[in-house]
Design a protein around this ligand. Structure first.
Ligand SMILES: O=c1ccn([C@@H]2O[C@H](COP(=O)(O)OP(=O)(O)O[C@H]3O[C@H](CO)[C@@H](O)[C@H](O)[C@H]3O)[C@@H](O)[C@H]2O)c(=O)[nH]1
Length: 345
């Protein structure tokens, strides 16, 4: 049976990142006619070209901040996955205007170029850090969500559907805690735990691709899809990794970092009050009522008070053996496990 992706033309912004590479591979496997990658770094494009070696991939050098480069990359495209972003919390804290340029204005460029090119669907990728944000990265992603969802409100007859997904930490993503802990284990150093009680939602890269595919297949204008990921404490994650590698190491508690939250929120009570529950996913439709504030004040919303946030402190909590099982499913961890841990322990 042919998939919905078969014979279609796609653009992935930020296409050389870990999400982009995984998504590109998947689209090619499903018979996509063309996968265009828009990104800034020619070295990463070259590495991807060597890795995937498929004539259906076209590399566009450019930057989402530059509208013309996005317009060029969007020509004749049917579907856009918008993954380009500044996503490091510390760098966005130091340079918040850069976060605004890429995450907010860049996203607006992607949506406007898609509209102009007659793209059918744009899926924008967001993060739990955009919910009740405390850092510039999260704030800029929250505004990106607003930009994306306002498209549905402001262009009700548009032939371009703009929808989004929001997910938590992607396990083993570049620069994140799991590869860091594995390096520390390998070197026999104590694991630097910020606070053992901190919680994060845990998702694999494969899960994030699946969520984007779900949005691609089912998204209506302005929809936001959220996967109901399980959560764990960072202390349990550290113990699970030690168990997995058969090593006993001390944990060194270093304290919560600048701009971090103790727990993350994937969906607020206000969003959940209006969300559709699809088992594994929530769909949060956009509020398309007109901006008549009197209506909001007069009618209120009794549903909101009855719902709690979906946050990592109260979400289904993975036990240590469950974290171990989840870690074992990750190809990167499988590769690490087959490497010898000589000199460690
Ligand atoms: O040496 C360390 C580093 C991190 N942590 C903790 O581990 C958890 C996860 O940290 P990390 O992997 O750095 O992820 P986050 O800071 O939660 O943010 C990640 O996840 C986001 C999605 O939620 C992405 O957008 C970010 O780019 C990515 O860094 C947090 O509780 C940290 O406090 C430690 O305990 N020790």
């Amino acid at each position: 049976m042919k998939s919905d992706m078969h014979g279609r033309r796609f653009l992935i912004t930020g296409g050389t990142g870990s999400f982009g590479r995984t998504m590109a591979r998947r689209l090619l496997a499903l018979g996509a006619a063309e996968v265009r990658v828009l990104s800034r770094d020619e070295a990463k494009q070259d590495a991807m070209r060597q890795e995937l070696r498929d004539e259906r991939i076209r590399y566009h050098l450019g930057d989402v901040r530059d509208y013309d480069s996005v317009v060029r990359a969007s020509r004749d495209v049917e579907y856009v996955f918008h993954a380009a972003a500044l996503k490091q919390v510390p760098s966005c804290e130091f340079f918040p205007v850069e976060a605004v340029r890429t995450n907010v204005l860049g996203s607006s460029n992607v949506i406007n170029a898609a509209e102009r090119a007659g793209v059918k669907t744009v899926v924008v990728l967001s993060t739990d850090k955009a919910v009740r944000p405390v850092n510039a990265m999260g704030m800029s992603k929250a505004l990106m969500e607003k930009v994306a969802r306002s498209h549905a409100r402001n262009h009700p007859g548009s032939r371009t559907t703009v929808c989004g997904v929001r997910y938590g930490n992607v396990m083993y993503s570049r620069g994140s805690v799991i590869p860091l802990f594995i390096d520390q284990l390998r070197e026999g150093r104590p694991l630097t735990v910020t606070d053992p009680g901190m919680t994060r939602f845990m998702m694999s890269l494969a899960d994030s691709v699946q969520l984007v595919e779900h949005a691609f297949a089912h998204g209506r204008p302005g929809d936001l899809f959220i996967r109901k990921a399980p959560a764990c404490t960072i202390g349990d994650l550290a113990v699970a990794l030690c168990n997995l590698f058969g090593i006993t190491l001390e944990l060194e508690v270093i304290g919560i970092r600048h701009g971090e939250k103790f727990s993350e929120t994937l969906a607020t009570a206000e969003e959940l009050a209006h969300a559709d529950d699809f088992g594994e996913y929530f769909r949060v439709p956009v509020d398309t009522r007109d901006l008549n504030y009197a209506l909001f004040f007069d009618q209120g919303d009794p549903k909101v008070a009855r719902t709690d946030d979906f946050d990592s402190a109260s979400a289904p909590r993975l036990s240590v053996p469950e974290i171990e099982a989840l870690l074992r499913t990750l190809p990167e961890v499988q590769a690490e496990l087959t490497r010898s841990l000589v000199g460690v322990g």
